[in-house]
Each structure stands twice: as structure tokens, then as C-alpha cells.
Design a protein around this ligand. Structure first.
Ligand SMILES: CC(C)(COP(=O)(O)OP(=O)(O)OC[C@H]1O[C@@H](n2cnc3c(N)ncnc32)[C@H](O)[C@@H]1OP(=O)(O)O)[C@@H](O)C(=O)NCCC(=O)NCCS
Length: 290
């Protein structure tokens, strides 16, 4: 087997391979999303060039395995996009490819994560064999434009982020989502016409926020949270409603998606109230460096 970085010319072939394998729950890697548009958009958000983030495995000039990695030195974590293997020799190829991908990960990264569809049994066996532990079970939910239901909300001021709120926002983000995949600073640096950070403000204090984005054909909710002292008063619903209205403004956006911990009853009920339904269940695995 020959393992090498993709050339620019091989990137389209790699993309086709991923699209094909991500259609099916048994070979689905959660990070990519589903369908060509979503997968292209996921790859466009990689922190490093794709030619430096992927390794392709070839047998007799046939592409048999794709494995990628994205990492953030600030958070100290790597996200492994794979293994996706097209061969009866699945586990042996996956193991060899996994060993090779380690060379793309800097030593400062002390944590690695994998993200498989609940039905990706070989991925789960792979995780166990390499010492990864289950750290989350996530539901991917979706809302179609026509399924949106009206929900009563609190009469709270929902406004766009402004830098004067950064200390408040950072403290809230850290307390609600400690050690998550974007820091507060990374969130505010992303803000543009496609990324929006909405804040719920009362008496000048930030009591909740919603960070969401518009992609070409769908919206995505990254984070929504309210201060634990004010929950159950309709603030979460107000933030969600404002974000949904913004994401659905362009007519071509017909779908909103998000990933939420499958045991998070409060959030699941909030989303279901608005008309969200479950698309699939994903399992996150994590390993710390020895
Ligand atoms: C999920 C969360 C944002 C809800 O915020 P909130 O301000 O409490 O939400 P609201 O008061 O607007 O509640 C709206 C609906 O959500 C559901 N809900 C909220 N809290 C709930 C709870 N503890 N148990 C069950 N359902 C709950 C209910 O359906 C509620 O409607 P109802 O009061 O008419 O029954 C909040 O609990 C939170 O910040 N959790 C931690 C962060 C998180 O898990 N975010 C979601 C993942 S991205």
C-alpha cells in the first residue's frame, strides 16, 4: 500500500470518495456532514491546506482509504476525519493509515478525537482498539423551513454582539461550554455576513447567546446557551427564534441543522418545540496522549 499526501489534482477524487462513503451510516464520519455541498463547505473550513491535512492510501493505483486531520494548537486537540476504507481488509488498512496520519499532528496536540455515526460499527471497533473512549453521544437535528412552529418567547432584548460585551460573553461561553471546539475569541473573529452572534441582554448584562451561521443552502447552530440563573424563562427560545429567522432569510436556505448531546433533555425539548427532528445519532471518541 502506498500512502501519500494528495496532490491538487487528486483532491476532487478524494472528495468523491468521501461523498460516496458518507452517504451510508456504516461508513459515515460525523465531522463531514452529508451531501456534496456540506462536505465541500466542511473541507473549506480546515485550518490548514487540504494537501497538508490528508493522507491517501492507494493499492494498484486505486484509492482505498482517506484519512484527514484538523487541529488547533490553542485548544490542543486534533479532529481525525476517518478512517474511511474501501477494502475487505478494512482494519489492517485503517491501522496503517492511522499510524501514518500521526506524522501530520504536532507534538503540542495532546488530545485526539474521532466522530462516527452510531451505525459505523467498524469505526467503533477501531476506536476501542486504539484506546479511544466514548466521550459523547450526539444527535444531529434538522429543521425544514415548512416544519417551523411558533413558540412563545421572553420579552428580552436580543441584539448583535458588540466588542464591549466580550468579557461577559467570554465568561458565559467558558462556563456553559468549557473546552469546546471554538474559544470565545475564535467565535467573534469569525463574525461576518455569514456568521452571527446574538446576545440576550438585560440591564446591560449578557444572559445568553446564540452563535449560528448561514451556509450556501443550510443554516447551522454552533452554540446556544443561557445563564444558569435565568433558565426556563423563555430566553433560550427568544435567542433561537431570532437566529432561525436570520438563517431562513435567504430563500435558498430551506434547512437548519445542529449537533446536540443526545442526553441533553432541556436542549432537545427546546429544539423539538420549534419543529426540529432527529437526522441521526453520532458517537464522539477521545484519546489523551500518554
Ligand atoms: C438549552 C438552553 C439554551 C435552554 O435555555 P432556556 O433559557 O432555559 O430556554 P427557555 O426558557 O426558552 O425554554 C424553552 C423550552 O425549552 C425546553 N426546556 C428548557 N429547559 C428545560 C428543561 N430543564 N427540561 C426540559 N425542557 C426544557 C422547554 O420545552 C421550554 O419550553 P416551556 O418552558 O414552554 O416548556 C439552556 O438550558 C442552556 O443554556 N443549556 C446549556 C447549554 C446547552 O445545552 N445548549 C444547547 C446545546 S448547543
Amino acid at each position: 500500500m502506498n500512502i501519500s499526501r494528495p496532490t491538487l489534482a487528486q483532491l476532487e477524487q478524494m472528495l468523491e470518495f468521501i461523498i460516496h462513503h458518507n452517504q451510508d451510516g456504516e461508513t459515515h464520519i460525523g465531522y463531514y456532514g452529508k451531501g456534496e455541498t456540506e462536505i465541500r463547505e466542511t473541507l473549506a473550513e480546515f485550518a490548514h491546506p487540504l494537501e497538508e491535512s490528508f493522507l491517501l492510501a492507494w493499492q494498484d493505483r486505486e484509492l482505498v482509504s482517506v484519512f484527514g486531520v484538523d487541529y488547533d494548537p490553542e485548544i490542543g486537540r486534533a479532529w481525525l476525519y476517518g478512517p474511511q476504507v474501501a477494502s475487505p481488509d478494512w482494519h489492517a488498512i485503517a491501522d496503517e493509515h492511522y499510524a501514518a496520519i500521526q506524522e501530520l499532528i504536532p507534538e503540542s496536540i495532546h488530545e485526539q478525537e474521532l466522530f462516527f455515526d452510531f451505525n459505523n460499527k467498524r469505526g467503533q471497533e477501531f476506536s476501542a482498539r486504539h484506546g479511544f473512549l466514548v466521550h459523547s453521544s450526539d444527535a444531529v437535528l434538522f429543521l425544514e423551513r415548512d416544519a417551523l412552529r411558533p413558540v412563545p418567547t421572553a420579552p428580552v432584548q436580543v441584539c448583535d454582539y458588540n466588542e464591549i460585551f466580550f468579557p461577559d460573553f467570554e465568561a458565559l461561553h467558558q462556563s456553559i461550554f468549557p473546552r469546546t471546539y471554538y474559544t470565545a475569541r475564535q467565535i467573534v473573529e469569525k463574525l461576518d455576513d455569514k456568521h452571527r452572534l446574538l446576545l440576550a441582554i438585560e440591564a446591560g448584562k449578557v444572559l445568553g447567546y446564540h452563535f449560528c451561521k448561514r451556509e450556501s443552502q443550510s443554516g447551522y447552530i454552533d452554540f446556544i446557551g443561557t445563564d444558569s440563573s435565568v433558565r426556563g424563562k423563555g430566553l433560550g427560545a427568544a435567542l433561537l427564534q431570532a437566529g432561525i429567522a436570520w438563517m431562513f432569510e435567504p430563500a435558498q436556505i430551506r434547512l437548519i441543522e445542529l449537533t446536540v448531546n443526545a442526553n441533553n433533555q432541556a436542549a432537545l425539548q427546546l429544539y423539538q418545540k420549534f419543529g426540529f427532528a432527529t437526522k441521526h445519532i453520532l458517537c464522539g471518541y477521545r484519546k489523551r496522549a500518554a
